[in-house]
Design a protein around this ligand. Structure first.
Ligand code: SUG
Length: 510
């Protein structure tokens, strides 16, 4: 005889708000203990059994659901790490970037670690895509700063006279795709199209150069403008935007989601961090929400705790992660935490599952060191959730035991933890969640994606072989100034555009 605790959940929701309000007929949630005989306890899931019941509801749902809306599935698009991945200490306020400045980097290992994560997520049954790297060094940045001459002269003079500028031009920071854009799926927007707003990344000089290429890439990967609208980065004084790293979509099942924007500084700068810069302003978050065409009723704005920014939490995704109805966050994440949570819960019709982590369980420093909150929290095809963590989480005892407790506890849907070695990226302050852009797609949206940018085992093998062929094992400063390296990067990217069927993507090809 085995006892199973079952969380029985049924929600009758619509994708259309008006309809949803009118005929909310059933929201049922109760716990029951079920006795099962003749069941081998070893085959039972460790935690919970989700019993989905839809009989009697689905008919009405299908009949009344507005045409043109379809359930969305989250796709993760990871950027492929670039061949000049290096540690230049370019991001003050990012503890890992500052402390690893000048370390020897290993671009080949970095790219293979990223690809291995992509394959694992695809094998878990998730929709996975990849985005091509940007060309680096970015010679346009050097020219814009007054350097001239042919490519070799440019590199040599920049290396001699402005090594810091050459480091900025050479960074592979585009690899953190969570900073590429902010996304709202069609089900959430008032024109029923998916919208993406490219992040302007204005705060850090080495990241300011990313947005034009990001925009070009996203337009090529999502070419059907009738389904996906890619917006250029916002511009204007005080509008500094770092994309999805400061944005979380929460949703109850297939219902329209709510959009949680977390900013570092609002209208009163004295309320911001004292030591490090706040990279996201409230004005920018508002402008992004407008472009995303998310109705006011589905927007929530909250200020990050300035003390957390000063402790190295340069993006909200270093201190909180959400998925579905779940928000996992450190208790030091937000200013005015209680009203923020109450607001999120209210917008989710009382269904938010908050998972606060107390400083007594995991200190802010341990959170920053382990990147616990930069885990990806994903829904698996069986409906359970899994945390995709960096290896550093298991090496930080307080975090490791928290992970075990989270999985054991029955008050949340996290049933598994998977650990990945992403150390090359982590040393620059980029964990699993930084490396990917979440793009919730319905079936037709998915069909409109440029197919070679979606995971397939064959193309994965080709990408691995491509990395192994072209990427240097190690990189040092002198390599970045070497014109032969620039040529090798271009040859590599040229080959990549054949694998991904993106001819003419790069400026040097046109
Ligand atoms: O912007 N690091 C990146 C890390 C971005 C992480 N992204 C998210 N949290 N979503 C940054 O600080 C370091 C580059 C260097 O120092 O060489 C860097 O840009």
């Amino acid at each position: 005889m085995v006892l199973i605790e079952a969380l029985i959940c049924g929600v009758l929701d619509s994708m259309d708000l008006a309809w949803h309000k009118e005929i909310r007929l059933a929201r049922v949630r109760w716990r029951a203990t079920i006795e099962c005989s003749d069941v081998d306890s070893r085959i039972l899931p460790r935690k919970r059994v989700h019993l989905h019941f839809s009989a009697g509801i689905s008919l009405g749902y299908a009949a009344t659901m507005p045409s043109g809306t379809h359930p969305v599935r989250e796709a993760n698009f990871d950027s492929i790490v670039g061949p000049t991945h290096n540690y230049a200490g370019l991001s003050p306020g990012n503890v890992a970037s500052a402390s690893n400045q000048g370390e020897i980097s290993r671009p080949r290992e970095a790219a293979l670690q990223g690809l291995a994560k992509m394959r694992s997520l695809a094998e878990l049954g998730l929709v996975q895509g990849w985005l091509p790297p940007h060309e680096r060094p970015d010679l346009e940045l050097l020219r814009a700063k007054g350097f001239s001459g042919d490519d070799s002269t440019l590199l040599a003079t920049a290396a001699a006279e402005a090594p810091h500028l050459l480091a900025q031009a050479s960074s592979s920071s585009f690899m953190w795709a969570a900073n590429a854009a902010t996304v709202a799926p069609a089900v959430d927007t008032d024109d029923h199209r998916l919208h993406m707003v490219v992040a302007n990344l204005q705060t850090m000089p080495h990241r300011r150069i990313e947005s034009p290429t990001t925009e070009r890439i996203l337009r090529r990967v999502f070419p059907d403008e009738s389904r996906v609208q890619v917006h250029a980065a916002i511009q204007g004084d005080g509008l500094t935007d770092e994309g999805a790293a400061n944005h979380t979509r929460l949703a109850c099942g297939d219902a329209p989601g709510i959009h949680f924007f977390v900013y570092g500084v609002g209208d009163d700068p004295s309320q911001g961090p004292q030591q490090f810069v706040a990279r996201q302003t409230l004005a920018a978050s508002r402008a992004v929400a407008d472009l995303l065409r998310v109705p006011e009723s589905r927007r929530v704005f909250a200020q990050q705790n300035p003390a957390a920014i000063d402790a190295g939490v340069f993006h909200n995704d270093v201190i909180a992660v959400g998925n579905g109805r779940v928000l996992l966050f450190h208790e030091a994440a937000f200013l005015n935490q209680d009203p923020v949570l109450a607001e999120l819960d209210r917008r989710l019709d009382g269904s938010l599952i908050p998972i606060p982590v107390a400083a007594s369980e995991v200190s802010l420093q341990e959170a920053v060191r382990s990147y616990l909150f930069n885990s990806q929290l994903v829904s698996l095809p069986d409906g359970s959730m899994c945390l995709i963590c960096p290896a550093e989480c298991r090496e930080t005892p307080a975090v490791s035991s928290l992970l075990d407790r989270l999985v054991a506890r029955s008050d949340n849907p996290i049933e598994d933890v998977q650990v990945f070695d992403l150390r090359q990226s982590m040393r620059n302050g980029g964990g699993p969640a930084c490396l990917r852009l979440r793009i919730p797609l319905d079936e037709q949206d998915l069909r409109s994606v440029h197919p070679p940018c979606l995971y397939s085992p064959e193309r994965y093998e080709r990408l691995v072989a491509w990395v192994e062929h072209w990427y240097p094992e190690e990189i040092n400063d002198a390599d970045l100034a070497d014109p032969r390296r620039l040529q090798s990067v271009r040859d590599a990217l040229d080959a990549l555009t054949r694998i991904l069927e993106l001819p003419g993507l790069y400026a040097f090809q046109r």
